[in-house]
Design a binder for this molecule. Structure first.
Ligand SMILES: *[C@@H]1O[C@H](CO)[C@@H](O)[C@H](O)[C@H]1NC(C)=O
Ligand SMILES: *[C@@H]1O[C@H](CO)[C@@H](O)[C@H](O)[C@H]1NC(C)=O
Ligand SMILES: *[C@@H]1O[C@H](CO)[C@@H](O)[C@H](O)[C@H]1NC(C)=O
Length: 471
């Protein structure tokens, strides 16, 4: 207001300097405020007759003001002014967002449809390829699959073998193609190969047992594509059973209240591409990231219980169930990141283990060796490390190892407990959490790797063991 007045006064002075066509006019506006108006004719307009009386101008001005207000409301997007009061701006924003999301979803749907088409095309190609390979006479009848198995058995090779990847048919056919006599794992060809492979990478102590000395840098295999994959568990069965192969990779996304889906992938390569060949629906929900695969079964903790289940992959049914005596569950003794990681199963060279705690142990880590068939506890050890103080734990050669942090980029494995001697000690083996939220770490004794799930990412680490300590 003051500024307006000053401007007007300045204009007034300018006006009194006296240019030919300048006019000055004073009057009240509709609200009765005093208003000064000052007009300078432009050279071209100077010939126009000046607008006459003040009252007409005033009327025009007020009508203009009303019009302006109307226009600004209309331009401001308040279309509702035509049909009653405009909706509040919050609602409009929400509406705009919803429309935006709808468009986004439509695009996503289109994209997925294209992907489905591509996948169908790909499956058709693969089926034809498989057909072609099957009808071809076999060049090496004694070991028909050796070149593929050779390369695909290399840890983390990432290579997909031509014939193997040729069978992601629909589940029904899948079974029959995997159980093709050429692929029978009990066959002499396979046994022979297996023996050979365990011998091939044996420059150092890679076959014997020893203490963990080095963990390599993480290798990323896959990033989960939705929030349900922020945490999870993935693994290979160190001792698989038909119809599944050593290369088969299993994956469970564990965010959610009712986790029942387990995805099977032909090999690491297919996992990286995100093409599962098998989806199994578990009859009882999974709790957290403690599950393992061993000898053709998925071992897991049933949701909200201390019940361990053995789910047989071949028959797709529960083969054994048993409570883990006194084990804390559902948030009683989790790892430091939480996530209901109270009971963590593990597999190593010596079999199946459970890492957990009990009230009697007052939260200290208890390690129990389990009978893989019946799930009975065979023997237990009590450490003096609090379970809630460690980020994760795994077993190698009968020794428990604990990781200090699940978020630090560079952390250490700083404690180990040897079940052979019943003694624990501090160690310091560097360990990287590349994505800074490591929710699962498990050891695979066959390819000597740690498998981990770090903030949506499925990663693996190679490990090196020191010299054998006990023969
Ligand atoms: C695997 O294949 C490579 C080359 O293809 C060969 O040098 C090696 O001896 C093979 N190993 C086995 C176990 O067949
Ligand atoms: C391992 O590291 C964690 C975090 O730095 C620490 O709290 C814990 O005391 C360490 N444990 C041992 C056994 O040194
Ligand atoms: C972590 O360790 C790697 C090598 O092991 C080093 O290059 C990097 O700088 C370290 N990062 C931090 C944050 O300490």
């Amino acid at each position: 207001m003051l500024l307006q007045a000053v401007v007007c006064v300045l204009c007034l002075f300018a006006g009194t300097q006296g240019q030919g066509g300048a006019t000055f006019w004073r009057g009240n506006d509709r609200s009765g405020r005093c208003q000064y108006s000052f007009t300078v004719d432009s050279p071209t307009e100077a010939s126009c007759a000046t607008v006459g009386g003040g009252p007409e101008v005033e009327t025009l001005r007020s009508r203009l003001t009303v019009l302006e207000a109307l226009v600004s409301r209309l331009v401001g997007g308040e279309t509702g002014s035509r049909s009653g009061p405009a909706p509040p701006p919050g609602l409009q924003n929400a509406y705009r967002e919803v429309m935006g999301e709808k468009a986004q979803l439509q695009r996503e749907k289109d994209r997925l449809e294209r992907q489905v088409q591509e996948l169908q095309q790909r499956m058709e190609d693969l089926r034809q390829e498989a057909e072609r390979l099957r009808s071809r006479p076999c060049a090496q009848p004694a070991r028909p699959g050796s070149p593929q198995q050779n390369s695909s058995l290399q840890p983390a090779s990432g290579e997909s073998a031509p014939i193997r990847s040729g069978s992601p048919d629909p589940p029904r056919e899948d079974r029959s193609s995997i159980s093709d006599p050429a692929w029978h794992y009990g066959s002499p060809g396979y046994q022979e190969l297996k023996a050979e492979v365990t011998e091939v990478p044996a420059p150092e102590e890679t076959t014997g047992c020893g203490e963990l000395v080095v963990v390599g840098d993480p290798v990323t295999h896959r990033k989960a594509d939705s929030i349900s994959g922020k945490y999870g568990v993935w693994m290979q069965d160190p001792e698989p059973m038909a119809p599944y192969a050593p290369d088969t990779v299993w994956r469970i996304d564990t965010v959610g209240a009712d986790i029942r889906q387990i995805f099977g992938y032909e090999d690491l390569d297919q996992l990286s591409r995100g093409f599962p060949t098998k989806v199994l629906l578990l009859p009882e929900a999974v709790e957290s990231t403690g599950a393992v695969l061993y000898r053709g079964s998925l071992y897991y903790q049933r949701r909200r219980s201390r019940t361990l289940l053995r789910y047989d992959l071949a028959s797709e049914s529960i083969a054994a169930r048993r409570d883990l005596p006194h084990a804390g569950f559902h948030g009683q003794f989790p790892y430091s990141w939480g996530g209901y990681t109270d009971i963590d199963l593990a597999v190593d060279e010596q079999g199946l283990w459970a890492i957990y705690s009990t009230n009697k142990a007052k939260g200290a880590i208890v390690v129990s060796q389990l009978n893989p068939h019946s799930l009975e506890v065979e023997r237990s050890w009590e450490t003096n490390i609090r379970k809630t103080s460690v980020a994760n734990a795994f077993m190698i050669c009968g020794q428990l190892y604990t990781v200090a942090s699940y978020t630090a980029l560079n952390t250490t494995i700083n404690y180990t407990y040897d079940t052979a001697t019943g003694r624990g000690k501090e160690i310091s083996v560097p360990f990287r959490n590349r994505y800074r939220y490591n929710s699962m770490i498990d050891y695979n004794p066959v390819n000597r790797q740690l498998f981990a799930w770090d903030n949506y990412h499925m990663v693996s680490y190679t490990v090196k063991l020191g010299r054998m300590q006990t023969p």
